[in-house]
Write a protein that binds this ligand. Structure first.
Ligand SMILES: [Zn+2]
Length: 279
C-alpha cells in the first residue's frame, strides 16, 4: 500500500510523538545541532515531510544529542535518496541523513491498526523512526567524541540507541521498543539467511530484535516483564539481560557521560535529562 493512500492526519498522528506538557516549540539545539527538512519532489512523500516537520522529529533527537558537548555542529537531514532505503552518518560532513524512502517503507510495513502482537500503527511507525535516528546519532557520537569501540560498531550503535531510548519517558520508551521490535521482526521475514547476511556489518534482524528486547528487559525487569511472559525473549537469554544492560550502561557512563553538558550522577538523573531534552 502506498503511503499516499493514508490520510494526511493519519500519517501525521502516526509519526508524531504525543505532545508533551511544557513543550513550547522552542529550539533545543542552540546551534549544537542543525536540522534540514528537504522538501520532496515525490508528492506521496509530502505527508512525511509535513508530519516530520510539524512534530519536530529531527529537533527532538537533536535535542538529546545536543546534550553532549560536541566538537563540531551535527546536522540532521531528511531527504530523497533516488530510491535508496537508507539512513547513515557521514563523518566527512558531520551529518546524519535519513531518506524519505526508508520512512515510507516503515509506514508501509506498519499494521493498519494493530498487529496480532498488539503493536499499534503509531508505535510501528514512530518506534523505528526514532530508533534509526538514535542509531545514526550513536555513530556520530563515536566519531565526533573518538569513542573506542570493542565489538562491531553496528552492535554498539544499537546498544547506545537502546540505552538512550530506554531513558525516555516510560510511554516513549515502550513505544520505541515495541515499534522497533515490530520493524525488526517484519524485516526478518524478508531477510535471506545466507552468506551475504552473515558477512554484513549489521546483525541479522532477529538478532537486533532480541538484543533490543534483552536490553529493555535488563533495564527494568518489572516494566518489561511482558517481553518474557509473552515469550518474546527466551528464558535462557533473559537470565543475562540485567548484566548485558549493565555492561552497556557502564560503557556509556565511562565514554559518553563525561561529555555531557550536565553531569548526571545516577541513571535517574540521566533519565530526567534525556526526557526533558526529548520534549
Ligand atoms: Zn549503523
Amino acid at each position: 500500500m502506498r503511503a499516499g493512500a493514508w490520510s494526511v492526519g493519519f500519517v501525521l498522528a502516526a509519526i508524531a510523538l504525543p505532545p508533551c506538557a511544557g513543550a513550547k516549540g522552542g529550539s533545543h539545539d542552540g546551534g549544537r545541532t542543525r536540522v534540514i527538512y528537504e522538501a520532496p519532489k515525490k508528492t506521496s512523500y509530502r505527508e512525511i515531510y509535513d508530519a516530520m516537520r510539524e512534530r519536530r522529529v529531527l529537533e527532538r533527537v537533536g535535542g538529546i544529542i545536543g546534550l553532549v558537548r560536541l566538537p563540531t555542529r551535527l546536522t540532521y537531514r531528511l531527504k530523497e535518496c533516488a530510491g535508496e532505503l537508507n539512513a547513515w552518518y557521514a563523518p566527512e560532513t558531520h551529518s546524519v541523513t535519513v531518506c524519505y524512502e526508508l520512512i515510507d517503507s516503515i509506514v508501509k510495513a506498519a499494521p493498519r491498526t494493530r498487529s496480532p502482537a498488539g503493536v499499534t500503527r503509531q508505535e510501528a511507525i514512530r518506534g523505528p523512526v526514532f530508533q534509526i535516528l538514535l542509531h545514526e546519532s550513536s555513530h556520530a557520537l563515536f566519531d565526533l567524541l573518538g569513542v573506542p569501540i570493542l565489538g562491531r560498531e553496528e552492535d554498539a550503535a544499537d546498544q547506545v540507541a537502546a540505552l538512550i531510548l530506554l531513558h525516555l519517558s516510560p510511554a516513549d520508551a515502550r513505544m520505541v521498543v515495541s515499534g522497533s521490535a515490530y520493524f525488526f521482526a517484519t524485516q526478518a521475514k524478508d531477510e535471506p539467511v545466507d552468506q551475504g547476511a552473515f558477512s554484513d556489518v549489521h546483525g541479522l534482524s532477529w538478532q537486533r530484535f532480541y538484543n533490543l528486547a534483552c536490553l529493555a528487559y535488563g533495564s527494568d525487569k518489572r516494566r518489561f516483564r511482558d517481553l518474557l511472559v509473552k515469550d518474546y525473549l527466551p528464558k535462557e537469554r533473559a537470565e543475562g539481560c540485567e548484566e548485558e544492560y549493565g555492561q552497556v550502561a557502564f560503557a556509556f557512563a565511562k565514554l559518553i557521560v563525561p561529555h555531557l553538558r550536565v553531569r548526571p550522577k545516577a541513571g535517574e538523573r540521566l533519565r530526567r535529562l534525556f526526557r526533558s531534552a526529548f520534549r
